[in-house]
Design a protein around this ligand. Structure first.
Ligand code: HEM
Length: 187
């Protein structure tokens, strides 16, 4: 039987890594400890405890919760993958949602997430310029519920800021209680 690949990744902030931190902003709530470089390694945090790091956070790449079939197909058609050579800039936005959000049922969350906030419809307009990956951390008992990761070329930096600005005005963002926004460049 072939071994199942782990969906877990660990983000390590410290003195080494392929991404250099340009700036770190605590949008809502506490900031992170300072670190200059970021590394993203496969596996759970326990497999990286020997590495020197001032910050450590793990997340799992998981199945989709909200997208409808037609949205899924449109995303697949439009999006590009991580690691494109021209996408030398990245954003790591850490997010936790409120207890009220988590107390909602799935249909109530979807209503806020898409019917009211149009998260997918807005995001779609920024594809394929922005490549993205969502990591789920809440069930791992981590500090944040999500790690969101984005890669884009320097000429799309303004567009990315516009996207983040639009999402922060939505109803969905009223259910965010902790948000930290880090911008990075390939080291
Ligand atoms: C690049 C354009 C974007 C697209 C196309 C996009 C699309 C999506 C989609 C399809 C999901 C739902 C996945 C599922 O079904 O479970 C999602 C979830 C999420 N996105 Fe985005 N997104 C974009 C940008 C952003 C940005 C800029 C942020 C942060 C500022 C963000 C934060 C999140 C978070 C936190 C979730 C998880 C929500 C939850 O499960 O409660 N997204 N996104």
């Amino acid at each position: 039987m072939s071994e199942k690949p782990s969906p877990l990744f660990t983000f390590l902030g410290g003195n080494e890594g392929p991404w250099k931190v340009l700036r770190a902003e605590a949008v809502l709530g506490k900031k992170l400890p300072d670190f200059a470089f970021l590394n993203i390694l496969p596996g759970p945090r326990e497999s990286h405890v020997s590495k020197l790091a001032t910050w450590r956070h793990s997340g799992a790449v998981s199945h989709e919760r909200y997208v409808l079939r037609r949205e899924h197909e449109e995303l697949v058609k439009k999006q590009e993958g991580l690691g494109r050579p021209q996408a030398t800039l990245a954003a790591m936005i850490l997010i936790s949602k409120t207890p009220q959000w988590w107390a909602f049922s799935q249909d109530e969350r979807r209503k806020i997430f898409e019917e009211s906030s149009e998260h997918i419809a807005i995001g779609m307009r920024y594809l394929p310029a922005v490549a993205r990956r969502l990591y789920h951390s809440r069930d791992l008992g981590e500090a944040f519920d999500f790690i969101t990761w984005f890669e884009f070329a320097p000429e799309h930096s303004g567009k990315f800021d516009e996207l983040v600005g639009l999402l922060r005005q939505t109803e969905e963002w009223r259910y965010i209680e902790h948000e930290v926004d880090l911008r990075l460049i390939r080291a």
